[in-house]
Design a protein around this ligand. Structure first.
Ligand SMILES: Nc1ncnc2c1ncn2[C@@H]1O[C@H](COP(=O)(O)OP(=O)(O)OP(=O)(O)O)[C@@H](O)[C@H]1O
Length: 273
């Protein structure tokens, strides 16, 4: 159902290596009753325009904390994160965020949900309406603009959420286990669609997942994080050609990469215990 009249022009990932997000010595410590929790310690990372970067690591290694800080939702305890050279201090319209659950308003139709931010920002007009319809078409929901969330499957609801984010043409898309609640088939389809759409639009993606295969399959680079304290233990380049196809997952190279990630994860855990 997705609009596929023309194949998107191949867009080079990580165009010219221009940095879009620069993270320098970033740290976050939460003060709780039992004492300080170091959620993130001295993270250094540069992400280039158009890059797709996956973050993997066990529960509690600071993945969500890192994303929340890049989103401008959490202040740093140390160091800084920058977007296009500016220190991130508050949420930016250039940065879209997608969570595990769709967070749709049940009394609004699909299109009305997608147009919600435009209403909040006072930018709803014919152009945003058209853009919303175009994006809904692209995520395969062109025939469901007037449906209500309760009439949609979980996968379709996440598509609405994705469409809502894409309508505002973010430069950066932060995704925290966005398809984690979906079944395997829907998740795979959504992953392929996400890669297609973000690659065509040149969107930089930071993608948190617990699934190592998914992390490797989707990304240009996989950032491996380990807990106590949360830190980056390794970064692996994934040089499979794009567009990615499921068959790549059956290659020896893919298996080797998975082992490489597992190796770093295991090593990081050993070090911290
Ligand atoms: N608001 C908070 N107050 C206190 N501690 C927090 C807060 N948010 C996160 N933490 C702690 O910081 C650490 C990192 O949490 P975070 O949610 O970033 O990890 P995660 O890797 O995203 O985990 P998961 O994969 O389970 O979502 C954990 O020890 C967590 O308990």
């Amino acid at each position: 159902m997705a609009a596929q009249t023309q194949k998107p022009a191949p867009l080079e990932r990580a165009a010219q290596g221009v940095p879009i997000i620069e993270i320098e010595g970033l740290g976050k410590t939460f003060a709780i009753d039992t004492g300080p929790v170091v959620a993130l310690e001295s993270v250094d990372l540069t992400i280039r325009k158009g890059e797709f970067v996956s973050f993997v690591g066990p529960s509690g290694c600071g993945k969500s904390t890192l994303l929340n800080m890049v989103a401008g939702l959490l202040p740093a305890s140390g160091g800084q994160a920058m977007l296009n050279g500016d220190v991130i201090e508050e949420p930016s319209r250039k940065v879209g965020f997608m969570f595990q659950t769709a967070v749709l308003l049940p009394w609004r139709t699909v299109e009305q949900n997608v147009l919600m931010p435009a209403e909040v920002f006072g930018t709803k007009n014919e152009a945003t309406r058209q853009k919303a319809r175009k994006v809904l078409e692209a995520v395969g929901l062109g025939d469901f603009t007037d449906a209500y969330p309760r009439q949609l499957s979980g996968g379709m609801q996440q598509r609405v959420s994705l469409a809502r984010t894409l309508t505002y043409e973010p430069d950066v898309l932060l995704m925290d286990e966005p398809f984690g609640a979906l079944d395997e088939f829907t998740r795979e389809a959504m992953n392929l669609e996400l890669m297609r759409i973000t690659q065509a639009a040149g969107i930089t993606v930071l993608f948190v997942t617990h699934n190592i295969s998914e992390a490797v399959f989707m990304a240009d680079r996989v950032v491996i994080m380990t807990p106590r304290p949360g830190k980056v233990s390794g970064v692996i380049d994934i040089d499979f050609p794009r567009p990615r196809v499921i068959e790549q997952m059956q290659s020896q190279k893919f298996t080797d990469l998975i082992f490489q990630v597992r190796g770093i994860l295991g090593h990081g855990q050993d070090n911290s215990s």
